[in-house]
Each structure stands twice: as structure tokens, then as C-alpha cells.
Design a protein around this ligand. Structure first.
Ligand SMILES: [Zn+2]
Length: 353
């Protein structure tokens, strides 16, 4: 799922294309894409509004419209945005079209249909997006933006010290800090040499600073590289390149760039987590209660023999179990990557011709 760098890239690519444009109408082919309105009510509510700004809050794109309104777009798993001439053929995965007065259209394409678009007003008193005047702020539950200048190590410490959970789920918790998802949580924890199952309360001040700096550095680098084009993420100006610079994410079995021992994978809360169990040690205290999770570990030498050749399939005979597992993980990852690249190319070909 696109995280802060990917959503920021889409917002930056959209901005010069649509700021100043005027919306004349909307067509929606999947009503559940709309969070707040029926397709008819949405079309009526956006018609005649101008696009004033394009920004981002957490993992959502925020398009400010004239008349104190704003659209929020959550790309979720497979959402993509394109701006094309109206006569470009519409492919079957386009769920929502915003028609512009200049003869172009903003198209929201979403294969898996998890994406959500909302239309909200701004509370004149607070300037916050609200469901209704005087109602709850749309973004009220979100934590701070990690790349904001106002977000300091002091603030990070203060938030961290109020929490007792394990680091991986904590970094994914959008009420703690926003924008970090599975990819950049794994990368930041590896960079700070902290085990994903470590609990927040065991961090020393130096660990806290290291984690704060790693989160910011990695997110900033990923924004610079236009995000990680893994799965379906692509932006109006094309794919990102951060996937080529990730150190541990989806690199199960490959050597750790720091110590050369194989990268391991464990499953925390149904999410794959990638780590180096040598560089990222887990203390005895934090091992307690984590046994079930640690048993999901794959990617390195294990004792269970016999199963390997069957698991690994062809081309792995004669390899040690560890080598066979590494080869299997690599094949699986390569296949997934190729399939995703094909889907992204198809998206661009079908929308931008
Ligand atoms: Zn290592």
C-alpha cells in the first residue's frame, strides 16, 4: 500500500496539472469508492468548483476546492490517479472520473476497489476538514507528520514514552505518527538496529534518537526517489525507484548489507516483517510473549531438513537447506515483482495513450 513517500509523489505530480482547473462534473462506476456521497450527490456537489491546491495528510491526497471544500483520496492497495484528455478510452478499472472544463479528466483507477474518496467542507472557525459544520474533524485521530519541521526528537520521545507496545505495530499506528507503512517501518528499524518486536519502553535515549532520525531520513530519501514502485503504485509522472534502494524489505534470504547474514522474515499481525536477527537483537525481556511470532521466522538456516527440495522446486537440488530456501524466496519475490511491473505498464498503456 502506498505510504507517505508514494502519496506525496502523487500529490506533487498532480499539483501542476490540476491547480487552477475547474471541475464540471463527475462519473462514478463503483459507488463504494465514495466515502461521503452517493454518485449523484457527489457529481452535483463538485460541479463548478475550482481546484485551489493539492496536498497530503498522512497517506491521503487532499485536493482543496473553491467554496471551502476538499476532496480526500486514499489510494489504499491499488489506487492510481491519471490526468488525461476526455477522449482517452476509459478502461474497466476506472472507478471515478472528475471532468474538467478544459477538456481533460482526472481518473481514479483502482483494480481492487479498496480506495476511498471523500468530499468534505472546512469548518470556518478552525479551518479543519469536517463531516459537517461543528462536527468532528476528519483527520482528528491522526498523529504528527514525521517530515514536518515542527516534528522534533523531543516530540517523538514524548509520544514514544506514552506507549508500551512493540515497535513494528507502533510505527504502523497512524495515531502515533502518520505515513509509515510496512516498507518504511522495516527499513527504519533495520537502520536503527532495533528489533521489530522490541517494546517501546526498553529503548534508551540513544535508540529513540536513532529511530527518529532513521524514520525521517528514509522517508525523505524515498520522497526524493518518488517512492517504491512495488505492487501497483505508480504516479502521474511515472514509477518511483526507491524499491532499488531498500535494504531489507522483501529481501528475505539475501545478505544483510551490514553484516552479510541472511535477512529473515517474520509475520507480525499478518504483515510480513523483514529484519536481520544479528543486527537487530531482541532482549530476553521482549522475547517473552513473542515465541509464537518468532516461530514464523523464515529466510535463514533452520533445522527442519527434508522439506527443502520439495518447497524449493526445480533447480535447487544439491543446495544446502538454507541456500534452497534463499533461492525459493528469491524466485517468489522476482515473480511477484515482474507481475506488478506488468500491471503498472498495463495501467499506463490503458490510461495514457
Ligand atoms: Zn545484519
Amino acid at each position: 500500500m502506498p505510504e507517505l513517500p508514494e502519496v506525496e509523489t502523487v500529490a506533487r505530480d498532480l499539483r501542476p496539472r490540476i491547480v487552477g482547473a475547474t471541475i464540471t462534473g463527475a462519473r462514478c462506476s463503483w459507488a463504494r469508492t465514495l466515502r461521503t456521497h452517493s454518485p449523484e450527490a457527489f457529481a452535483e456537489a463538485v460541479a463548478g468548483r475550482g481546484v485551489e491546491a493539492v496536498g497530503r495528510r498522512a497517506k491521503q491526497i487532499v485536493i482543496d476546492l473553491s467554496g471551502d471544500a476538499a476532496l480526500t483520496i486514499h489510494l489504499k492497495m491499488t489506487g492510481q490517479l491519471f490526468v488525461v484528455p476526455a477522449d482517452t478510452p476509459v478502461d474497466p478499472y476506472v472507478r471515478l472520473v472528475l471532468e474538467l472544463v478544459d477538456g481533460r479528466e482526472i481518473r481514479f483507477r483502482d483494480i481492487r476497489k479498496f480506495g476511498k474518496i471523500g468530499l468534505y467542507g472546512r469548518d470556518p472557525a478552525t479551518g479543519e476538514l469536517v463531516t459537517e459544520v461543528g462536527g468532528a474533524a476528519v483527520f482528528a485521530a491522526l498523529g504528527p507528520e514525521p517530515l514536518d519541521d515542527a516534528f522534533t526528537v523531543r516530540e517523538f520521545r514524548r509520544l514514544l514514552r506514552r506507549r508500551s507496545g512493540r515497535l513494528k505495530p507502533l510505527l504502523l499506528d497512524q495515531s502515533f505518527i502518520v505515513g509509515v507503512g510496512n516498507i518504511y517501518a522495516d527499513e527504519a528499524l533495520w537502520a536503527s538496529r532495533l528489533h521489530p518486536l522490541r517494546t517501546a519502553g526498553t529503548l534508551r535515549p540513544a535508540d529513540e534518537r536513532h529511530l527518529f532520525e532513521s524514520v525521517r531520513t528514509i522517508l525523505a530519501e524515498a520522497v526524493e526517489r518518488r517512492g517504491s514502485s512495488i505492487d501497483d503504485y505508480t504516479a502521474p509522472d511515472g514509477d518511483g525507484s526507491m524499491q532499488e534502494h531498500l535494504q531489507v524489505y522483501q529481501r528475505t534470504g539475501e545478505p544483510c548489507p551490514r553484516c552479510a547474514r541472511p535477512i529473515k522474515r517474520i509475520v507480525i499481525g499478518a504483515r510480513s516483517t523483514h529484519l536481520c536477527s544479528w543486527c537487530q537483537r531482541l532482549g530476553a525481556r521482549d522475547r517473552k510473549g513473542a515465541a509464537a511470532i518468532l516461530r514464523t521466522m523464515s529466510g535463514g538456516p533452520r533445522r527442519a531438513g527434508g522439506r527443502w527440495t520439495e518447497l524449493a522446486g526445480e533447480g535447487t537440488l544439491g543446495l544446502t537447506p538454507a541456500e534452497a530456501e534463499r533461492a525459493t524466496a528469491r524466485t517468489r519475490t522476482e515473480r511477484t515483482k515482474r507481475a506488478a511491473a506488468t500491471r503498472r505498464a498495463a495501467a499506463r498503456a490503458s490510461v495514457l495513450r
